[in-house]
Design a protein. Structure first.
Lengths: 115, 116
């Protein structure tokens, strides 16, 4: 069975500092990896994805994520955090075929950017 | 607004009652998903449709739960004989065929169920 771990429930960072939200995964076959963001009282929004190719993927709002196959990780990063980045972030994985094609989400990491 | 819409946004019911949630996906999207999210957890997959066909159901979807997408457009999720453990946010998402192969789902804002 596929799974995602987000080891930090909460990440606090000062505005202007770099941020990292961690994610590790487990899946059979080549992973399809995603980050979604959830703002208060809003639906989940797609941020970025890794399917194949360059290990560093860029997404919306200046976010990027690095795929590391040997460490089975897909950490979300941003060089300079904004207060408006404060939200709940979910990492998700799916496998290449069959029932594993449905997204499995992590438990989420609450990011707070302090002014 | 051309996004995914869900109704009602909030539902409070007594244990044992039936509830129904509706989801209207983005109009050109042929795939529709239902997820459940409880506090402090990520969304958990329940079921998905391609057009009107229900192609997969999670083991989380007990026989008290039923979902339909009769004309391949909107979908309903019905919970019969609700239990307190059913209290959660029920999320609907949709995607195009290509999007479903790459996981780009478009989510609604959810329907929050509270069972007293």
């Amino acid at each position: 069975a596929q799974s995602v771990a987000q080891p930090e429930d909460q990440v606090n960072v000062a505005e202007g500092n770099p941020l990292t939200v961690k994610c590790t995964y487990s899946v059979s076959g080549n992973p399809y990896l995603f980050w979604y963001v959830q703002y208060p009282n809003r639906g989940l929004q797609f941020l970025l994805k890794y399917i194949t190719g360059d290990n560093l993927v860029k997404g919306s709002y200046g976010f990027e994520a690095e795929f590391n196959k040997s460490q089975t990780s897909f950490h979300l990063k941003k060089p300079s955090a904004l207060v408006s980045d404060s939200a709940l972030y979910f990492c998700a994985v799916r496998g290449p075929s069959g029932s594993a094609r449905q997204l499995t989400f992590g438990s989420g990491t609450q990011l707070t950017v302090l002014p | 607004d051309t996004g995914v819409s869900q109704d009602p946004r909030h539902k409070i019911t007594k244990r044992g009652q039936n509830v129904t949630f509706r989801c209207d996906p983005i109009s050109e999207h042929n795939r529709l998903y239902w997820y459940r999210q409880t506090l402090g957890q990520g969304p958990e997959f329940l079921t998905y449709f391609q057009n009107e066909a229900q192609l997969e159901k999670s083991r989380l979807l007990s026989d008290r739960f039923s979902a339909e997408r009769p004309k391949g457009s909107f979908s309903t999720l019905e919970i019969q004989r609700t239990e307190q453990g059913d209290s959660a946010m029920y999320l609907c998402a949709s995607s195009l065929g290509a999007g479903s192969n790459t996981g780009e789902l478009f989510f609604g804002e959810g329907s929050r169920l509270t069972v007293l």
